[in-house]
Design a protein around this ligand. Structure first.
Ligand code: SF4
Ligand code: SF4
Length: 421
């Protein structure tokens, strides 16, 4: 049973005895805030600084073990970027699944811009995520249009008021949906003088009506090479006044440290410096089966781009491997001549003996078992080959590709801007 009182950000009295770790597993972002330069950590909740590294889900799981050895007072595992968790949903959900399996006692916490969280609300509930932060800096699209340069929904980019309207609609629905599932919601609002400083109290009012639990007013940190780089940073006097006014509507967080996406330790005793070597070492780990001599993945495809052929129909398989900058086609390899019975599948397993997985549109139970007994994972999925390869090689949630179209689609940004914690 998780003890929510041990979340140091939501419960100030535990900040001296309970710590948090941010697992940087979400590199992409699906919006562009005018205060964010992706060379730096996300300013929604982070102090500027070069991002220290990105982990794959299986690497995050190993890193978590090492963090708990070094700092057993960690009670919260959060995902705080470097981009937005729901621009990287497969990686994020898989990380949460691994954590829930190994450390169900930890409090799970996510921080998002809210743009693409709605399809995953039930997953979050099922995975035991108890705390979510949504960054909402405006509840008026005219003001939002000054804060966000664009938002991306699938493959469509929206700018100006249209983009701000869509983002706001999703953010407000997210608060409602999270509260319906019993999840504690914090709303971060970046205070940007001259843009929304006289508006954040209205944000407090609107989000509290939807049931949000606490608001965190964060002063803008002007960042180089952004439209807001020359803005003045709000002073304590302004922030204290706004907090006082906003507290009429919703409890205010006053002890936020604006942690990095790879923060670890107590809020008052951050150990990310000491553990950065551990994080970097974990980011270089490879899946165990790489060493098992199975570097490739076989794909049943009609044209070599999509996974769209039944295993039994394939007369040949596209054999893919990893390269320095992604994945590359190694060869097209003939399948054994079709025949009957289990012998055919044993022959196929022999032909694919250097493959760790086979990807196909559909597969019967007999061939699946035959391949799996030979150490070849068999995934019946659809979509682009390279998307699925990413999930296979990074330990992502490949099963998401069987039920949800575009299940691991991400946003458009592949930079290192950090989202929150
Ligand atoms: Fe905004 Fe964070 Fe995305 Fe940067 S990484 S654009 S601050 S949500
Ligand atoms: Fe807590 Fe603020 Fe740090 Fe997030 S950024 S972990 S809310 S102190």
């Amino acid at each position: 049973m998780k003890d929510s009182s041990k979340h140091p950000c939501f419960n100030k009295s535990s900040a001296g005895s309970c710590g948090r770790v941010h697992l940087p597993v979400a590199p992409k972002c699906n919006i562009q805030c005018n205060y964010c330069n992706r060379k730096y950590d996300c300013v929604n909740e982070s102090r500027p600084g070069v991002s220290s590294g990105v982990l794959k889900p299986f690497q995050a799981s190993t890193y978590m073990e090492k963090v708990l050895e070094a700092e057993p007072r960690i009670t919260v595992a959060g995902i705080a970027g470097p981009g937005d968790p729901f621009a990287n949903p497969a990686e994020v959900l898989e990380t949460m699944r691994l954590l829930e399996k190994d450390h169900p006692e930890l409090i799970f916490c996510l921080s998002s811009n809210g743009m693409n969280i709605l399809p995953y609300l039930d997953d979050l509930k099922d995975l035991g995520v108890s705390h979510v932060t949504i960054t909402i800096s405006a509840v008026d699209p005219e003001i939002g249009a000054k804060i966000y340069s664009w938002v991306k929904d699938g493959n469509v980019v929206y700018r100006g008021i249209k983009g701000a309207e869509l983002l706001l609609e999703r953010q407000l629905a997210a608060i409602k949906g999270l509260k319906e599932r019993g999840i504690t919601v914090k709303v971060n609002s970046i205070v940007i003088p001259g843009i929304n400083d006289e508006h954040v109290v209205e944000v407090a009012k609107v989000v509290s009506e939807l049931g949000a639990d606490i608001q965190n007013l964060i002063p803008l940190k002007p960042t180089e090479d952004t439209p807001f780089h020359s803005f003045e940073e709000p002073d304590h006097k302004m922030i204290n006044r706004l907090r006082k006014e906003a507290s009429e509507y919703i409890e205010q967080m006053t002890h936020c440290r604006r942690c990095r996406a790879d923060a670890v330790g107590l809020l008052s005793n951050d150990k990310s410096g000491c553990l950065s070597g551990t994080l970097q070492a974990c980011s270089k780990l490879t899946p165990l089966n790489l060493e098992a001599g199975r570097p490739f993945v076989a794909v049943a495809s009609r044209e070599g781009m999509l996974i769209n052929q039944h295993l039994g129909e394939a007369k040949s398989f596209y054999i893919w491997g990893q390269s320095a900058d992604g994945y590359r086609l190694i060869e097209e390899r003939p399948a054994p001549t079709s025949g009957c019975g289990p012998k055919r599948w044993d022959e196929l397993a022999a032909v694919l003996k250097d493959c760790r997985a086979v990807l196909c549109a559909a597969v019967g139970e007999t061939p699946r078992l035959a391949l799996e007994e030979s150490g070849i994972a068999c995934h019946a999925i659809s979509g682009f080959i390279e998307t699925a390869l990413e999930a296979v090689y990074t330990g992502g949630n490949i099963e998401a590709l069987s039920g949800r179209r575009g299940g691991i689609a991400g946003g458009c940004c592949t930079g290192t801007g950090l989202n929150c914690g």
